[in-house]
Ligand binder design. Structure first.
Ligand code: COA
Length: 167
């Protein structure tokens, strides 16, 4: 954790954010995207998030972006606008040092300051590390959607975890 800086992302971070997340899209079930994103699409995504007030953070070790934690709309219909969906992902080889927990705790602080009401983590199973991280930060399990995703020839269930931001 020493020397790791956690800060709001800027446009120059977008290729690194994209590379980190693409690893999980292509190499695992933890993201339900099914194909890697190009940097241009991720930049458009980033501008949209930031312009709508959804925090996007990065963790940096020197010049290198080693992780990201972001928020976005939970669902598109207007009545959901005080709720967010959150995520956190680290570059290969960085896990197990508390960086994910620290970065996501800071994202939660940003969400509280912005006045959001509820945060939801939607975790494709299995993912013990993600469940441990979210539980540690106060998220509680609210249910599991059985086999709600199909990726790489297999069904995956998703666990919904909820955090009250304004309590
Ligand atoms: C999930 C992820 C962000 C965790 O980040 P991290 O920096 O390794 O997490 P931390 O070091 O802060 O550890 C958080 C807790 O998880 C626990 N944990 C870590 N890996 C674990 C594992 N494989 N099984 C069970 N618990 C685990 C740690 O022990 C720690 O709890 P503790 O402090 O009580 O010991 C990281 O593993 C990752 O990037 N995973 C791939 C992307 C992903 O799945 N993101 C979540 C999408 S919902």
């Amino acid at each position: 954790m020493r020397d790791v800086v956690i800060r709001p992302a800027v446009e120059a971070d977008v290729p690194s954010i994209n590379a980190i997340y693409n690893e999980y899209i292509v190499g695992s079930h933890v993201s339900f995207d099914t194909g890697a994103w190009g940097d241009e699409d991720r930049l458009e995504w980033f501008r949209d998030r930031v312009s709508r007030g959804y925090p996007v953070l990065v963790a940096c070790d020197g010049d290198r972006v080693i992780g990201t934690s972001w928020s976005g709309p939970y669902r598109p219909k207007k009545a959901y606008r005080r709720s967010v969906e959150t995520t956190v992902a680290l570059a290969d080889g960085v896990s197990g040092r508390g960086i994910g927990t620290t970065m996501h705790a800071i994202l939660i602080d940003h969400l509280k300051a912005a006045g959001f009401h509820r945060a939801y983590a939607i975790i494709a199973l299995p993912n013990d590390a993600s469940i441990a991280l979210h539980s540690k930060l106060g998220y509680r399990e609210v249910g599991t959607l059985d086999e709600s995703g199909f990726k790489d020839g297999k069904f995956h269930s998703t666990m919904m975890m909820e955090l009250a931001l304004d309590r």
